[in-house]
Design a binder for this molecule. Structure first.
Ligand code: 26V
Length: 849
């Protein structure tokens, strides 16, 4: 494992409380077990030892965090505030050990204490505070921000229940609540002193203020309290420790007293329930984001808390808001926090008395917005009625913003009614709706897409009118992943081999992986590369045996598709290919076929019928294929239950083939595609999202391309797409569909998969039928390529060597330069005991709440 002892000031003092020598760490472990867990060696469980270790690491984070905060404050630096409803951070212990450079010493300290680090790492509960790509991207960004020494805070929600746990029962997905805080969370620090109030409901009143100005006053109905919980975010190989600040909702403290007085008991109880529900549970990405009132409450809650917090921090050093946009950059991670545009306006105008124009100028110079999807059904819209009941003042503000905006449009495009209808923040119709993407765009100085193709489609299709009006606002920022979690932590043997050959510079500058190209012709190197892949496959095979009772051949091709289950991601197309291979073997039992283990994993939104059917189909195909002696030793199918960040870290390194087969134009970027390629898997994929750029980087000859392009998809739709024609003209496809229709894979319930058949033949929105042949042919090329293991290994090495672009460090450096205009701030660290021999109280800061 690569890990250097950063800042390891070797001084031998007994009060070296946050020192990093093995002796000091052993003492800290013993103390924490005793004083925090309240246990001695006779009673301690592995979990107690995990907690003792986590607190030992946390102390070292706190020391660096305080130094970081002091430095930011003293220099009055510009700070990035990343607002996101999701942060899918994964397990923290190993990450923090590595980023702090403590791995080797802790390993040693544990060994000398009779403990094994790997056992303790496994005790950590994974925080599942996100759905998938969007939440994981936010986590990678937090890692890169700290590593690049950028002052930053992540703001989000401390969900009491994260993404549900998935169980596969009889082939179906069953959901269980994720009670991740059950045993406490050693990484967070509650900050009740920074609690803020958030109001909901009620109405507005107009009045004239002392200076004779017309103003609006919000008379709200319910007040909820937000308490921040801070999780330290250390950079890799530096002293920076930034913060992830997550808000928990609480009812007002005098609730019990109110109830005791029993004025309006029911009203008081419902206010308490209202408050406590807000941060209760993460919404699983559902079929429709519309009409989910609790979701809007969550969004407003965390955005209001965060903006109040940002303003509090800013006003510690400033008397006016003039410098606000020079000190504060706020990024909206999708439209979930877009209500922030109206909330900042409200705070500046209603709470701080600024004039509209001044407030609007500040707001627009502060916010920037990232779009993460082109799917129409995924674009957030809020019914005006619901919105106005919850946030009457914000509705007023949005109407005012819209009024000035449409006036501008009218004078710019006189007589063009279509423009007004298309660009308005309000969608007319039976029920008027607020278009959150329009609000985010109008209220931001920059709008960005997450891959080159995606940005192009935003400009040409999704936000065409806005792009024409403000071309300078639009930018591309191709996504990336942190090489620390997605190579160093997930694949230690490969990391070690890479470092042995090219040094460890790649960990901070992923472009250095290019140096690996020099070794592709080195047969010994290729053999070691291949052996590492085989070892990772063996581990995954053991896991499959243990969890799925499935015995797989580690020499077969591990063909892996792990990601959320969605129609546009086309897991069903993959299943159609499996059935095709199965049929070919059945038709010709002596067929010389390249053995494959096809592995699926991912969660379906609980209310998403088709996604749940896809899971059942995969498991049903697995049942038939895995139990048919005719295909034994050639194809096996596995579904990895309860896919998570940790399971991803385990599975990516074991993949030979990465399935990135979304309908072109639908996957904004994808980031799993990068995680596979960085771990030496080859990709079969469409020209979609970041696949386009991955292929550009690794070379077309090292990438398996198939399928329609985004343009061809649109053209075919426009001409009138008839999926039935593919069925009628392709006997192999016809056979597969007929088997689904006849109940071949669902003998107990023959019509089970008719809904899939019916959809594919008559609608097929995602064009599986159109891409089927191209996909199957391409898979055949993959198989032929896999026969030549030596050449496959060369391609694998070249893939890794050319992945430098996809480091989130590169992505974040671009956001910093081109959107946020922020600079790194280097943190110097003195030894804790050199700084603090004891307390020297000078002033006592007054309490905020
Ligand atoms: C939302 C919804 C909600 C309702 C209908 C189904 C549906 C489907 C997709 C979405 C996407 C929400 C935004 C999102 O998670 N986008 C993902 O962001 C990743 C990070 O930029 C990117 O890599 C993925 O391609 C993109 O899907």
């Amino acid at each position: 494992m690569n890990s250097q002892p950063f800042n390891d000031v070797h001084i031998h003092v007994e009060d070296d409380r946050t020192g990093t020598t093995v002796e000091t760490l052993k003492r800290a472990l013993a103390d924490n077990l005793y004083y925090i867990q309240g246990k001695d060696e006779n009673f301690a469980t592995l979990y107690d030892y995990y907690m003792a270790l986590a607190y030992t690491v946390r102390d070292r984070l706190v020391h660096r965090r305080i130094k970081t905060a002091q430095t930011y404050f003293n220099r009055d630096v510009k700070v990035v505030y990343y607002l996101s409803a999701e942060f899918l951070i994964g397990r923290l212990l190993i990450n923090n050990l590595i980023n702090l450079g403590l791995y080797d010493q802790i390993n040693q300290a544990l060994k000398e204490s009779g403990l094994n680090l790997d056992d303790l790492l496994e005790r950590e509960e994974e925080p599942g505070l996100g759905n998938g790509g969007l939440g994981r991207l936010a986590a990678c960004f937090m890692d890169s921000l700290a590593t690049l020494e950028i002052p930053a805070v992540g703001y989000g929600i401390r969900y009491e229940f994260g993404i549900f746990d998935q169980e596969i029962r009889d082939g179906w997905q069953v959901e269980h609540p994720d009670n991740w805080l059950r045993r406490g969370n050693p990484w967070e620090i509650a900050r009740p002193d920074y609690m803020v109030e958030v109001k909901f409901g009620g109405h507005t009143e107009s009045y004239t203020d002392a200076e004779g100005r017309y103003r609006s006053r919000w008379v709200s109905r319910v007040t909820v309290y937000g308490t921040p919980y801070d999780t330290p975010v250390p950079g890799y190989g530096c002293n920076t420790v930034n913060t992830l600040r997550l808000w928990a909702a609480r009812a007002s403290e005098d609730f019990d007293f109110q109830v005791f007085n029993a004025g309006d008991y029911t009203q008081a109880v419902s206010a308490k329930t209202f408050a406590e529900n807000i941060s209760k549970v993460l919404y699983p990405k559902d079929d429709t984001p519309q009409g989910k009132e609790l979701r809007l409450q969550q969004q407003y809650f965390f955005v209001s808390c965060s903006l109040q917090d940002i303003i509090r921090l800013y006003l510690r050093q400033h008397d006016t808001f003039d410098a606000f946009p020079d000190k504060v950059a706020i990024q909206l991670n999708d439209t979930h926090p877009a209500i922030g545009v109206a909330e900042l306006m409200r705070l500046l105008i209603d709470e701080y008395g600024l004039e509209w124009d001044k407030a609007w100028d500040i707001t627009r110079r502060t916010f920037a917005y990232t779009n993460h999807t082109l799917l129409a059904e995924a674009l957030e819209r809020w019914p005006v009625g619901l919105f106005g009941r919850l946030l009457p003042r914000h509705l007023e503000i949005i109407y005012s913003i819209n009024h000035s905006f449409l006036t501008e449009i009218q004078s710019r495009y006189p007589g063009d009614a279509g423009k007004l209808t298309r660009m308005s923040l309000i969608e007319e119709g039976e029920e008027k709706q607020i278009r959150m993407a329009h609000l985010a765009c109008v209220g931001s100085h920059t709008v960005n897409g997450v891959a080159a193709l995606h940005t192009e489609l935003i400009q040409k299709e999704l936000m065409r009118d806005f792009y024409e009006l403000w071309p300078h606002k639009f930018q591309n920022k191709t996504n990336g992943i942190t090489p620390r979690r997605w190579l160093l932590m997930s694949n230690p043997p490969l990391s070690d081999l890479i470092t042995e050959k090219i040094g460890d510079g790649w960990l901070k500058n992923l472009d250095e992986l290019r140096k690996l190209e020099a070794f592709v012709d080195d047969a010994a190197f290729r053999a070691r590369w291949r052996q590492i892949k085989l070892d990772r496959k063996k581990l995954l095979a053991e896991y499959l045996l243990r969890h799925n009772g499935l015995d797989v051949d580690v020499n077969s091709m591990f063909d892996v598709q792990i990601k959320r289950i969605h129609e546009y991601k086309r897991q069903i197309l993959n299943a159609l290919h499996v059935i095709t291979l199965y049929n070919r073997i059945k038709a010709n039992p002596s067929l010389d076929i390249v053995p494959r283990t096809i592995i699926f994993g991912g969660k379906a939104a609980p209310g998403y019928f088709m996604a749940k059917m896809a899971i059942k189909l995969i498991n049903s195909v697995a049942d038939v294929v895995n139990n048919d002696p005719d295909v034994a030793g050639r194809i096996k199918v596995a579904f990895l239950a309860n896919y998570s960040v940790s399971l991803g870290q385990f599975a990516y390194p074991a993949a030979d083939l990465s399935e990135q087969i979304s309908t072109a134009g639908k996957e904004a970027s994808g980031t799993g595609n990068m995680k596979f390629a960085l771990n030496g898997a080859l990709t079969i994929g469409t020209l979609d999202g970041a696949n386009v750029e991955i292929r550009e980087e690794v070379g077309a000859e090292n990438f398996f391309l198939f399928g329609l392009t985004a343009q061809e998809v649109m053209d075919l739709k426009a001409r009138g797409y008839k999926p039935m024609e593919y069925y009628n003209s392709n006997p192999e496809l016809k056979r597969v569909i007929d088997q689904l229709a006849s109940g071949f894979f669902s003998p107990k319930e023959p019509s089970l998969f008719m809904c899939i058949v019916d959809d594919l033949l008559n609608y097929d929105q995602y064009m599986l039928m159109a891409d089927y042949q191209s996909y199957v042919d391409c898979q055949e090329q993959v198989s032929q390529a896999f026969r030549h293991q030596d050449n496959w290994t060369r391609m694998s090495i070249l893939n890794v060597a050319r992945m430098g672009k996809f480091s989130s460090d590169r992505t974040i450096a671009q956001y910093c330069r081109e959107i946020w205009k922020v600079e790194p701030v280097h943190i110097e660290l003195e030894h804790y005991s050199q700084e603090r021999a004891g307390l020297k109280v000078q002033k006592v800061v007054s309490e905020v709440v």
